[in-house]
Ligand binder design. Structure first.
Ligand SMILES: C[S@@+](CC[C@H](N)C(=O)[O-])C[C@H]1O[C@@H](n2cnc3c(N)ncnc32)[C@H](O)[C@@H]1O
Length: 268
C-alpha cells in the first residue's frame, strides 16, 4: 500500500492530466461521465473513493451533486482542494484522507451514490478487495448506486503489443498474464488487473447488490490510441465513431477487451 501511496503522491499532475491529454484518453473520462449521468440520482451526496486530483468530483459538482472525495494520497488531496477552489466548488466538495478498505469515518447508508474509479486495481489480495467492496456497499444507501472501475487484464496485455513493450519477455509477465498481478517492478505501481468475468462475479456474489451494467470505457478503441487520435481530427468521422462506441461499449466481448472497465450496481 505504501508504494501505491508514494506513486500517487509523486504523480499528481500526471494523474490530473491523464484523462484529458488526448482524444483516446478522453474516452475513459467521457464514457464514465456518460454512464454516471445515466445512473446517478440527481443532486445527491456522492462519495468519490480514490478520487485522486478531483477530475470527477469537479464534474459531479458541476452537475449539482455534493461530493466527499477520499484518497490515500495527501498530495492528491491537496491538489484536489486547489482545483476545487479554482473551479469555485469549495462549498460542494469536501476532501478526507483514508482508504477504501476502511470507511469507518462514514456511517452506513450515508451516500446516494458511491464511486470507486481506480483504487480496486491497486488492492493486491482478494481478501482486501472483498473488504473494500463490503465497505463501499455498507456506506451506499439502499437503492443507491455504486460504480467501480478497474484496469482490464486483456486490454493491458494488448497495450504491451501496441507499445512494442519488451516486458512481454520478462519473467514477471507470466504472472501478470495468468493471475493479473503486477507488483510495480518497472513502471507504474502495484496493480491487479481484472478479467471481465472476474469483475462480474465479484459483484454478482454480493448479496445486497444488483449489477445493472458493465462498460468497456475505451471499448472498441482499446489499444488503438494513434488511430483514434488521428480520427478525432475529423469532426464528422469522430462523431460517427463515438456513435459506434456508445452502441458497442456494453457488449460483453467489448468490455472484456477494454483497457478500463466499469461496473454499475444498485444496492438492494
Ligand atoms: C488511477 S487513480 C484514479 C483517480 C480518479 N478516481 C480518476 O479516475 O481520475 C487511483 C487513485 O486511487 C487512489 N487509491 C489507491 N488505493 C487506494 C485506497 N486503498 N484507498 C483510497 N484511495 C486509493 C490513488 O491514490 C489514486 O488517487
Amino acid at each position: 500500500m505504501r508504494s501505491v501511496t508514494s506513486y500517487y503522491n509523486k504523480n499528481v499532475v500526471g494523474e490530473w492530466k491523464r484523462l484529458v491529454s488526448n482524444p483516446y484518453c478522453r474516452l475513459e473520462l467521457e464514457t464514465t461521465l456518460h454512464f454516471l449521468d445515466k445512473y446517478l440520482p440527481g443532486k445527491g451526496l456522492v462519495l468519490d473513493a480514490g478520487g485522486g486530483p478531483g477530475r470527477y468530483a469537479i464534474e459531479l459538482a458541476r452537475r449539482k451533486h455534493k461530493v466527499i472525495l477520499l484518497d490515500i494520497s495527501s498530495a492528491s488531496l491537496e491538489f484536489a482542494r486547489r482545483q476545487t477552489n479554482r473551479a469555485g466548488f469549495e462549498g460542494e466538495i469536501e476532501t478526507t484522507k483514508g482508504s477504501v478498505e476502511d470507511l469507518s469515518q462514514f456511517a452506513a447508508n450515508r451516500f446516494d451514490s458511491v464511486l470507486c474509479l481506480g483504487p480496486l486495481s491497486h488492492i493486491m489480495t482478494k481478501r482486501e478487495r472483498s473488504r473494500a467492496i463490503r465497505e463501499l456497499v455498507r456506506v451506499t444507501k439502499r437503492r443507491g448506486i455504486l460504480c467501480v472501475s478497474v484496469i482490464g487484464r486483456l486490454g493491458a496485455i494488448v497495450s504491451h503489443l501496441e507499445h512494442l513493450n519488451e516486458h512481454i519477455a520478462y519473467p514477471f509477465f507470466k504472472k501478470f498474464r495468468d493471475v493479473g498481478d503486477y507488483f510495480g517492478q518497472y513502471r507504474f505501481t502495484a496493480t491487479h488487473t481484472f478479467l471481465p468475468e472476474e469483475l462480474r462475479m465479484t459483484f454478482k456474489n454480493q448479496k445486497d447488490l444488483r449489477v445493472l451494467e458493465t462498460v468497456g470505457l475505451e471499448g472498441l478503441s482499446s489499444g488503438q490510441e494513434e488511430k483514434v487520435n488521428e480520427l478525432a481530427k475529423n469532426r464528422k468521422l469522430w462523431k460517427a465513431w463515438l456513435d459506434t462506441h456508445y452502441k458497442t461499449c456494453t457488449n460483453p466481448s467489448v468490455v472484456g477487451m477494454s483497457e478500463h472497465m466499469m461496473i454499475i450496481c444498485r444496492k438492494l
